[in-house]
Design a binder for this molecule. Structure first.
Ligand code: B12
Length: 426
């Protein structure tokens, strides 16, 4: 009898260990996949290659909806990139995510082409060219045209698609790692270290980097060390939104799953709360929770796939306004240093975007503009002043002196506070 009890207790314990993919963890993975599938149904949103990738790297699938989404990517997302290419805009990251999304569905990339100045060339040829331009820009001005996160995505996308990455391209990423050039505003970018780690690990495994193998190994060790050192006591690596990329990178670099247990648990807790409502956020943590990474795309075969993921209809949740309002002070700091301050009362738990909209309709002289991105609306102009990426400037958001870890549409105003919107360099 006693051994039986011990076995049952052990079984109960093991099924609750942080890394199991069964039981409550399995349910969590399913519910994350379902909410990503639901996000595809949102009206007017551009299909998102990162969401496609996450769905394809998961264990449970809804093959019909995934294939429908692939078609939308091939139309709408494709056209969006085509327009940017025709206007000579750098689209490294988007091209890379698109290439990885197609690969995740085992789609023949040689059939995907873009036409610029009358010449029709494949997606991968365009990506290679963008990477050359990025590399030239680094040589000239010590930073990529876009950023090192996208430079890493580009390297990774070429590599997982079996394209030999130019040694000079990899070398620039190795050098940037050595010199710790991965920043996000005025802080370190753990997301970028993670993406660079996956890219360089892929290059290493492809055996294509013949420049200096020792240097490549040192860069990988530095990245691993950086990610491990960025672990917080609560398990997050960097912040809530970089942990998924960081765990993916650690796993890709051969770290045993058990070493990531605390970070996995932190992500699961976040996922059960409402931290990952933004589909882009869930898309970056889902592969990590499946104990996999973008690197596995290299060997992805789309055979005998599960097709059991079904979306049950959900009853719309009606949130009644609580009637409570909170006062938000909005301070705007222009590039000249001039400041302006406004006050607005908003219903509790309004988004910052709703607060700004209310302020803008109040005839107090406050105006703003936003641009769409995969993460949602990006604040681009305030009081008529643009913070342009071409000038390496952006409107930095903070609350009571602490930088926000979410953007204007996700950040919720739960209590009275002072929001500062500052034209900053990065
Ligand atoms: C590079 C980068 C930046 C650069 C972008 C400019 C550039 N050319 O380099 C700068 C420094 C300007 C920046 C600013 C901010 N960022 Co940022 N950024 C990134 C990073 C590292 C890569 C983005 C990227 O190139 N993606 C690849 C391309 C293909 O996707 P894309 O959608 O086309 O990319 C554009 C958007 O992502 C946009 N963007 C960048 N950051 C953010 C943040 C938000 C909320 C939105 C809506 C858009 C946006 O700029 C990209 C380039 O054009 C990501 C990391 C990650 N995991 O994604 C963080 C990340 C997206 N940023 C983040 C945050 C919080 C911010 C800020 C809100 C910080 C702040 N307190 O002010 C601001 C945005 C404020 C605003 N004006 O709306 C968070 C978002 C988390 C969340 N839940 O929303 C991330 C995930 C980092 C993190 N782990 O915390 N960012």
């Amino acid at each position: 009898m006693l051994p039986l009890i011990i076995i049952s207790v052990l079984l109960a314990f093991t099924s609750a260990t942080p890394c199991d993919t069964q039981g409550s963890n399995g349910e969590l993975l399913l519910s994350l996949s379902k909410s990503l599938l639901r996000s595809l149904e949102g009206q007017g949103t551009l299909p998102n290659p990162s969401v496609h990738l996450a769905l394809r790297l998961a264990n449970s699938h809804n093959l019909a909806k995934e294939s429908e989404h692939l078609n939308q990517l091939k139309n709408h997302f494709h056209n969006d990139i085509q327009n940017s290419l025709s206007n000579s805009q750098a689209v490294t990251g988007r091209l890379a995510l698109y290439a990885m999304a197609l690969k995740s569905s085992c789609y023949d990339l040689n059939t995907i082409t873009f036409t610029v100045s009358g010449a029709r060339e494949t997606l991968l040829t365009h990506l290679k060219r963008q990477m050359e331009q990025e590399k030239e820009h680094i040589a000239f001005s010590h930073r990529p045209l876009t950023n090192y996160y996208q430079y890493s995505l580009g390297t990774l996308a070429l590599c997982v698609n079996g394209i030999r990455v130019n040694n000079h391209v990899s070398n620039k990423l190795i050098k940037a790692t050595q010199h710790q050039h991965f920043t996000h505003g005025d802080a370190e970018s753990i997301d970028t270290f993670a993406m660079a780690g996956m890219a360089l690990q892929c290059v290493k495994e492809a055996g294509s980097y013949v420049h200096n193998a020792a240097e490549l190994n040192t860069a990988l060790a530095q990245i691993k060390q950086k990610l491990l050192a960025a672990r917080r006591p609560d398990g997050h690596i960097g912040n809530e939104y970089s942990t998924g990329n960081a765990v993916q990178a650690l796993l890709a670099m051969g770290t045993p799953v058990a070493e990531c247990a605390a970070s996995m648990e932190a992500m699961r807790t976040d996922a059960r709360g409402s931290k990952y409502e933004n589909p882009m956020a869930s898309s970056q943590i889902l592969p990590a929770l499946h104990q996999t990474s973008y690197l596995t795309l290299k060997t992805k075969e789309c055979l005998d796939e599960d097709d059991t993921l079904v979306l049950e209809p959900i009853d719309p949740v009606v949130v009644l306004p609580s009637g409570t309002t909170v006062t938000v002070i909005v301070e705007v700091v222009m590039s000249s240093g001039a400041t302006a301050q406004y006050s607005v009362d908003v219903p509790k738990d309004s988004s910052l975007l709703e607060a700004l909209e209310l302020l803008a309709t109040g005839n107090v002289g406050f105006t703003f503009e936003k641009e769409t991105s995969l993460w949602g609306p990006f604040l681009s102009a305030v009081n008529g002043e643009l913070a342009r990426q071409s000038d390496r400037r952006y409107w930095q958001l903070s609350s009571d002196g602490t930088a926000l870890s979410q953007g204007i549409s996700d950040y919720k105003i739960g209590k009275p506070q002072k929001i500062t919107i500052k034209n900053s360099t990065y």
